[in-house]
Design a protein around this ligand. Structure first.
Ligand code: FES
Length: 91
């Protein structure tokens, strides 16, 4: 199921790239919010072989949401704000 944005519909829109494809987001979205509301259902594949991961704590504590941001390296998707033109790679 894709999360639906219920609030803050009027924040300015921005576009970033995830795995080379553009997605729409809102200013102030974290990368996790942007990716999940765009209909991409995971951030990475678990290194323990138990499937796809899409974050756990959503507050920067569990390190379950690592994602690669071009020019910045590995970042937490739940605490990194989406920026226009940002290039992100899921792992
Ligand atoms: S979801 Fe836990 S650190 Fe991001």
């Amino acid at each position: 199921m894709t999360p639906v944005r219920l609030l803050d519909q009027d924040r300015p829109a921005l576009t970033l790239q995830v795995d080379g494809a553009p997605i729409a987001a809102k200013q102030g979205d974290t990368l996790l919010t942007a990716i999940l509301t765009a209909g991409l259902h995971h951030l990475r594949t678990s290194e323990f072989g138990d499937g796809h991961r899409a974050g756990f704590c959503l507050m920067g504590a569990c390190q379950d949401c690592w994602i690669v941001v071009e020019g910045r390296g590995v970042q937490r998707a739940c605490t990194t704000l989406a920026e226009p033109g940002m290039r992100v790679t899921r792992r």
